[in-house]
Design a protein around this ligand. Sequence first.
Ligand code: ZN
Length: 714
Amino acid sequence: MIGIGRTLKQAVTRAVVGARWFSGNANVLLRSNTLPPFSEFAVEHVEPAMKSLVDDVASDLASLESSISSDGYSPSWSYVEELQRCTQKLSDSMGMVSHLQAVQNSDALREAHEKSIPLFMQTIIQTNQSLPLLQLYEDLASKCWDALDRPQQRIVESNIRSMKLGGVALEGDEQARYNEIVVELAQLSAQFGNNVIDATKSWGKEIVNKEDLAGMPASALSMAAAAAGAEDPEAGPWKLSLEDTLVVEVLKHAANRSLREETYKAYVARASDTNEDVFSKILELKQEQAELLGFRNYADLSLESKMAENVQAVVGLLEKMRKVAYPSAKRELEALEIFAKNVQKDDGFSLKLWDVSYWSERQREELFSYSEEELRPYFSLDSVLQGMFSLTKSMFGVEIVETNSFREEKVQLWHKDCRFYSVVAPDTKEVLASFYLDPFSRPAEKSGGAWMGICRQRSKLAGTLPVAYLVCNGSPPVGDKPSLMTLREVTTLFHEFGHGLQHMLTRVGYEGASGIANVEFDAVEIPSQFMENWCYHKQTVDKFARHYETGETIPVETFEKICSARKHNGGINILRQLFYSRLDIALHTSEYDIAGGAEGAYRLSKTISEQNYSVFAKIEEDKSLCAFSHIFAGGYAAGYYSYLWAEVMAADAFASFEEGGLDNEDEIQRIGQKFRSTILEMGGGEHPAEVYKTFRGRAPSIDALLRHRGLSDD
Ligand code: ZN
């Protein structure tokens, strides 16, 4: 659940919100700014600016509504532009505050940000439930359709849809009940998330004997020692918590089997004492919300605005993959058990859930021995960036240059490590777009993970170019060494840059469908996952992965191991994703019996697992639904399948480059131009199934994904 959650939120709110032009104001959030003036920002600006901007939008919206309701009204696109004009400033200012909240957090800023969210939400509800605006969009659809271009038509369609899903068509008690549900769901999902955080912190296992932690890497020991307040990570004591990173380390590396078992069982039972009621209530309210809006269930509601046509299409794809993944996973598991038996010289050993990661890791080490650490010297940030930019130039024909100015203004950065780049047309030197890069981790003030955020959109109306935030949490430079990245950090950078390319190379000039705006949720991960594939292509990687001291490339044998390790236990890995995707859909359809509450949900989880969505029977302690934050606190309800759905297309798109020859520069350029003119340029201006077909000449196939994941023979 990386940046896209944030990005989508920005895109959605951007489409409805933002305000008027001031000049010379000391409050930077009330000024019209080409780019955010980060060095002049003060936390004290937030509250007064938000109040004032929200008021402005409310009064502008009221006058827009009355002009739509007046006698002289005749439907035209200019009203949509007017709405955009009156919400732009609020959108830009809120975007700047949200961005700073994520990269330069402080208690004061968090408080100011939290206070401004309800105000902002109020504007969204007002806009979503405005009957005159609905009238406008319906008139545009019925009376002006042929005069609109395709992106305009898509914007009209999606606005009508999101207003209907936002309760505009409901009346009286029903609308009041709908609004109540929306508020209650927002509170419940925040509570769900907080309960998970609390449960994660509250479990703690003290360890005094270092032998109990045998096998654990030094970095994990340091974390556990710090948690116990110990000064020396070697001497202890240590404290284990249920934080993801630490649990993963224990399950992968702790030789102590009973410690793994205890940790595993505590982890899958996380928040079960607090979240059972919360998630059952969420499921109940979502069903009620769906019925109020005329849907059979929440899955139907969720899919209304996604690329997948309906529940059957999603389940169909999951089933198709499961049929391949399940036998593979079974075979992998048998091989893993034999491996564990041999190493331990114990024929009676039987593999349990808490053994899978541990033995899988030992098997991986034996088969493809290389460590993340030994790769770091090949991946210095600057050479990785140069390599990524040169790949971008050969595929998409644009140059990327570092600069400190934008439209003759000096660019202000929020931290000294940040950089600013422009995307330039090579022949004319015209600047097409720009982006900020914030590469390094700063745990004290910056959120974890990585994301692409929107700073400015391409807009014909406002005359703006797209500007993106690319935020990563890579390893900072230590001493006089450059920043040396892990392979995971490199693929993450490529991933976010892929999102950035779709935002920046868009040709759509309307905010409502420019870049990633209006791209269906289950299609938005195509360019990002597509870009990751290049990190496993030797010739591409050789261009930038040079040892920072010797200049050597990664040895061929090591590179082959990296590529094979990517496919290692591919069946087990994909089956886990398939299980959660299938369960998420089931919970939001009539497969789940609301009256059964949490117990009913656990029974459903067991049933799905027994339909060959899992190679292990569920253990009684497994209440992992109580920590399934993606769907209960993160906006992925009946949408968790989106990762796999988009990965199918990302892999199939990369396969078209494979078919052309990954070493054939002319083909890379030819297919790259096609990728650019379709997937990257059309943004949300056309349905993703159409966009994909225009690129590939056919509907997506799952073969490439299965091959990349090691689930087919070649
Ligand atoms: Zn992403």
